[in-house]
Ligand binder design. Sequence first.
Ligand code: ATP
Ligand code: MG
Length: 202
Amino acid sequence: MAQVVINGLTGYLILTGNLSIGVFFSIGNFASLIFSELVVLNQNTTMIQSAKDLNNKLLVELKPVNNKENGQNNIANFAKLSIVKLQEHFSNGEVVSYPDITIKSGEKILLSGDSGTGKSTLFKLILGELKPTEGKIIFKDKNGQQIHPDLAKIGCIPQDPTLFPGTIKENITMFNNKLDGEAEEVAKKMQLGTDLKKCLMA
Ligand SMILES: Nc1ncnc2c1ncn2[C@@H]1O[C@H](COP(=O)(O)OP(=O)(O)OP(=O)(O)O)[C@@H](O)[C@H]1O
Ligand SMILES: [Mg+2]
């Protein structure tokens, strides 16, 4: 609208003999440049404003989770794991139920059962990969207080291991180059030395 007004005024001044045609084109170009930039500015401001709510929500979501690593929630304080009335219901209607179990720190447990009875599912529940549909998995410290340890600190070698498309070393270091120097020693400790030698010879 402002651009039309400016062009109109310039046209009027030319018709009344106060301006030359050249000035008309210069002013037209100048006005067009200024107003097209203003349109871009307006569009970007609208985009920023409309993303404000989403950005605020993201800022809340991205706040680091406080695992209270040094407090009572440290996995090092773990003393007892209790499985209470635990059930997992899958979307296809399959239901896996568990007896109540208590496992003390340092205990070695053999979990056995026919295929499909829910052994892997129990590990997924303990590791937090699955949320129990019913019942609870409770971690306690030596004082019997419930703790909420960082479940990512629990080691687990799964039944179906994942291998990355890379070298054996990269699979051990998970592509962290800083650990390259330690890979061979770790492989030996894990009794992989003989197998690695066979690979190198093949
Ligand atoms: N994602 C899923 N969706 C539906 N059903 C599932 C799912 N995962 C597991 N199940 C069902 O839950 C039951 C327990 O499976 P799980 O893999 O835990 O058994 P398992 O004891 O580890 O068996 P295996 O000895 O063969 O490893 C099975 O009947 C399986 O079909
Ligand atoms: Mg299994």
